[in-house]
Design a binder for this molecule. Structure first.
Ligand code: NDP
Ligand code: 2IT
Length: 444
C-alpha cells in the first residue's frame, strides 16, 4: 500500500486490538490502491479516511432475568457505519464471541456488500455477547425485548433496518419486532426477516444460501464448470448452510459434509437435508445426532476438520476465519477448484492468497453472500408498497441480482488490471458507488 498506508495506520491506532476489523479494512484498502491513484479528488476529500470510521456506534447494557430468577447482564451493540446510499442495513449477531471489533468488521463489509446489490441500502451491524445456546424460549424472549428497549431509540424504517445473523432467526426477529411495535406504537418495516403473515418476504429465509449458489454458478460457468455432478462441502448448519445445501442439490451437486461448532458429519451418499432441518431448525440439536439416523455417515469432532474432506467445491458458511492457510492447502491438494464464501470473512488472508495464486474460482463473501441482504432490501420495498411478491418473483429478482454482482465484480477486476480476481473486483465495484455518493454529498 502506498497512498492508503496512512489510512490503515490510523485505523490500527484508533481501534487497538480490533483484529477482525483491521483484517477486513486491510484487504479492502489493498484492493483500492489503484482506485486512489485514479481518483486524487477522492483522496483529497478524505473519502478513504471517512469510510473506515463509523458514522455512529451505540454500545449499551442489556439486563434480563433468567429462568432461575437471576439477573443477567449483557452488552449490546449497533454500529451505523455508512448511510451514503441508503438507511443503515445489516444483521444482528447473538454469540458469546461478539465484541465491538467483530461488529465493526461486519459493518464495514456490509457497506460494500450492500452497494454491490445495486439497491439503496447503507451499511450497519449489531448484536450482543448473549449466548442463545441452551436458553429457553422465555429467556430468548426476555433478552430480545430488553435489547430492543434500547435499540428502538436508534433504528427506524428510514434510518436503520436490522435483520438476522448468527443466533438471530425468525424466532428472535419476532420478539424484537413485537417489542419495537409496542414501544413506538407503529407497524413499519423496521426489521427484515419477518414472519410471512406480518410483513416478511417470501424467499428471505432461503436467500443467502440460494444467492451463494447462484453467484457461484455464474462464476463456475464462466470457467466452463458448474455444480452439476460436483461434490461439495458446506461448513455450518445454520440458515446459510441449510439453504446453500438445498440449492446445491437442486443444481445437481452433492453435499457430502456439514458441520456445527463442535464437529462435522460426512455422508458419502449425500447429506439428507430433511434430517438436518429437523435437528437444527426445530429441535436445536447438535449435528452429531445425524449419525443416529444415517448409520453410513460418520461424525468427527472439531469443526475445522471438515476441510480435510475431499471435495470439488467448498462453501464455508459458519463464521469468520474458519478456513486457514493449512485448510486451503489441503483443499487445493485434494482437487478443490472453487470456494464460495457463505459466511462473512470465513477465509483467513493466507487462505485467500492461496486460492487466488492457485486459480481456484473464489467468490468473496461480500459478493457471494449478498443475496440475503439483497432480499432484505426487497422485503423493505414490499413493506413500503404494502404488497407482497410471490416466491417465484422474489427468487427471480435474487437470481438476477446475483448475476449482476458477478458481472460487475468481474468487470471491475478486469478494468483495474486484476482479471479473475473477484476479491479486488468486489471491493472496487462496491466502493465506487459509495465513494461517488459520499463525494456528491459533501464533507460530512
Ligand atoms: P446461524 O446462527 O443460523 O448458523 C451459524 C452456524 O455456524 C451454526 O452451524 C454454528 O454452529 C456455526 N458457527 C457459529 N459460530 C461458530 C464458530 N465460532 N465456530 C464454528 N462454527 C460456528 O447463522 P447464519 O447461518 O445466519 O450465519 C452464518 C454465517 O453467514 C455468518 O458468518 C453470517 O455473518 C453470514 N451471513 C448470514 C446471512 C444471513 O442472511 N443469515 C447473510 C450473509 C452472511 P453452532 O450451532 O454449533 O454454534
Ligand atoms: O451479513 C449479512 O449480510 C446479513 N446478516 C444479512 C443482513 C440483512 O440485513 O439482511
Amino acid at each position: 500500500m502506498k497512498i492508503l498506508a496512512d489510512v490503515m495506520e490510523q485505523v490500527i491506532k484508533r481501534n487497538p486490538n480490533e483484529t477482525e476489523f483491521h483484517q477486513a479494512v486491510s484487504e479492502v484498502l489493498e484492493s483500492l490502491e489503484p482506485v486512489a491513484e485514479k481518483h486524487p479528488e477522492w483522496v483529497k476529500a478524505g473519502i478513504f479516511s471517512r469510510i473506515v470510521e463509523p458514522e455512529r456506534q451505540v454500545v449499551f447494557r442489556v439486563t434480563w432475568v433468567d429462568d432461575n430468577g437471576n439477573v443477567q447482564v449483557n452488552r449490546g451493540f449497533r454500529v451505523q457505519f455508512n448511510s451514503a446510499i441508503g438507511p443503515y442495513k445489516g444483521g444482528l449477531r447473538l454469540h458469546p464471541s461478539v465484541n465491538i471489533g467483530i461488529i465493526k468488521f461486519l459493518g464495514f463489509e456490509q457497506i460494500l456488500k450492500n452497494s454491490l446489490t445495486g439497491l439503496p441500502i447503507g451499511g450497519g451491524k449489531g448484536g450482543s455477547d448473549f449466548d442463545p445456546k441452551g436458553k429457553s424460549d422465555g429467556e430468548i424472549m426476555r433478552f430480545c425485548q430488553n435489547f430492543m428497549f434500547e435499540l428502538s431509540r436508534h433504528i427506524g424504517e428510514n434510518t436503520d433496518v436490522p435483520a438476522g445473523d448468527i443466533g438471530v432467526g425468525g424466532r428472535e426477529i419476532g420478539y424484537l419486532f413485537g417489542m419495537y411495535k409496542k414501544i413506538r406504537n407503529e407497524f413499519t418495516g423496521v426489521l427484515t426477516g419477518k414472519g410471512l403473515d406480518w410483513g416478511g418476504s417470501l424467499a428471505r429465509t432461503e436467500a443467502t444460501g440460494y444467492g451463494l449458489c447462484y453467484f457461484m454458478e455464474e462464476a463456475l460457468n464462466a470457467k466452463g464448470k458448474s455444480f452439476k455432478g460436483a461434490t461439495v462441502s458446506v461448513s455450518g448448519s445454520g440458515n446459510v448452510a441449510i439453504y446453500a445445501t438445498q440449492k446445491v442439490h437442486q443444481l445437481g451437486g452433492k453435499v457430502v459434509a456439514m458441520s456445527d461448532s463442535n464437529g462435522y458429519i460426512y455422508d458419502p451418499e449425500g447429506i439428507k437435508l430433511d434430517t438436518i432441518q429437523r435437528l437444527k431448525e426445530i429441535e436445536r440439536q447438535r449435528i452429531s445426532k445425524y449419525v443416529d439416523f444415517h448409520p453410513n455417515a460418520t461424525y468427527t469432532e472439531g469443526c475445522s476438520n471438515i476441510w480435510n474432506v475431499k471435495c470439488d467445491i467448498a462453501l464455508p458458511s459458519a463464521t469468520q476465519n474458519e478456513l486457514d492457510g493449512e485448510a486451503a492447502k489441503t483443499l487445493i491438494a485434494n482437487g478443490c477448484y472453487a470456494v464460495g464464501e457463505g459466511a462473512n470473512m470465513p477465509s483467513t488472508p493466507e487462505a485467500v492468497e492461496l486460492f487466488i495464486e492457485n486459480k481456484v474460482v473464489f467468490g468473496p463473501a461480500k459478493a457471494a453472500n449478498a443475496g440475503g441482504v439483497a432480499t432484505s432490501a426487497l422485503e423493505m420495498s414490499q413493506n413500503s408498497m404494502r404488497y407482497s411478491w410471490s416466491f417465484e418473483e422474489v427468487d427471480a429478482k435474487l437470481k438476477n441480482i446475483m448475476a449482476n454482482i458477478y458481472k460487475n465484480a468481474s468487470e471491475a477486476a478486469k478494468e483495474y488490471g486484476q482479471e479473475d480476481n473477484l476479491v479486488a473486483g468486489a471491493n472496487i465495484a462496491g466502493f465506487l458507488k459509495v465513494a461517488s455518493a459520499m463525494y456528491s454529498q459533501g464533507i460530512l
